[in-house]
Design a protein around this ligand. Structure first.
Ligand SMILES: CC(C)(COP(=O)(O)OP(=O)(O)OC[C@H]1O[C@@H](n2cnc3c(N)ncnc32)[C@H](O)[C@@H]1OP(=O)(O)O)[C@@H](O)C(=O)NCCC(=O)NCCS
Length: 189
């Protein structure tokens, strides 16, 4: 079963393991540059949870896709930088769009008005996802910058976030039931 939810500091290890599972090409695409296992660990340790929002997609309990939004309210008020990662076997199945759609709702409800995403010029799939959410793309020096403008929060966007959070709880419980009695930890949790 597929469960989308916001990530918490307790998900840090799952996030690090997800990034470490990316293929070397995807790792390069995600960070627009080479990253060793150690630098991925440093990246995760450096997350400031006060200013970072993450939405993850769990497939059968394993974190397979993440949208990470970093903000710097003092330096760039109302703006954030978005990055997305989906593991190879799960790409092109809508998970990337799923985490982006949800994080846009959360960002909008935090009065973030513009998201910026940088990807490689050949990363057509990421660019398709940005376009899907009405983002604009500009290319320069081998990289593409996507910008997605967000409206102010509305009753509908607040309701959408509440529905997303509610579905995450229900889907999480159903997922544990489906794990069945052969998994004693899941059965009692
Ligand atoms: C880029 C990435 C996040 C996209 O996530 P995903 O789950 O594979 O994407 P989705 O399935 O949600 O959507 C892919 C879209 O690209 C389109 N697409 C796929 N291949 C394409 C191609 N070669 N050219 C143009 N569009 C393409 C699909 O049709 C789909 O659009 P649609 O939903 O309108 O039909 C994912 O592939 C990934 O993690 N790549 C490695 C890391 C990375 O590149 N991160 C981006 C930089 S931060």
């Amino acid at each position: 079963m597929t469960v989308y939810r916001k990530l918490l500091p307790t998900d840090l290890r799952a996030y690090r393991d997800h990034l470490l599972r990316l293929s070397s090409n995807d790792r390069y695409s995600r960070f627009c540059g080479f990253k060793t296992d150690e630098s991925i660990a440093v990246h995760c340790q450096g997350i400031d949870w006060r200013f970072t929002i993450m939405v993850g997609c769990f497939v059968r309990g394993e974190l397979r896709a993440v949208a990470e939004l970093r903000t710097e309210p003092k330096v760039w008020p109302g703006e954030g930088e978005l990055a997305v990662s989906v593991e190879r076997d799960f790409q092109n199945q809508g998970l990337g769009s799923g985490v982006v759609r949800r994080i846009l709702t959360v960002a909008r409800n935090r009065a973030i008005r513009r998201l910026v995403l940088i990807c490689l010029i050949g990363n057509r799939r990421m660019q398709a996802v940005v376009r899907k959410f009405l983002g604009k793309l500009d290319s320069e020096h081998g990289e593409v910058t996507g910008r997605i403008e967000l409206p102010w929060p509305s009753q509908m966007s607040l309701l959408q976030e509440a529905l997303d959070s509610g579905s995450a709880v229900v889907d999480g419980v159903l997922d544990q039931w489906r794990a069945g009695p052969s998994d004693p930890v899941s059965a009692v949790a």
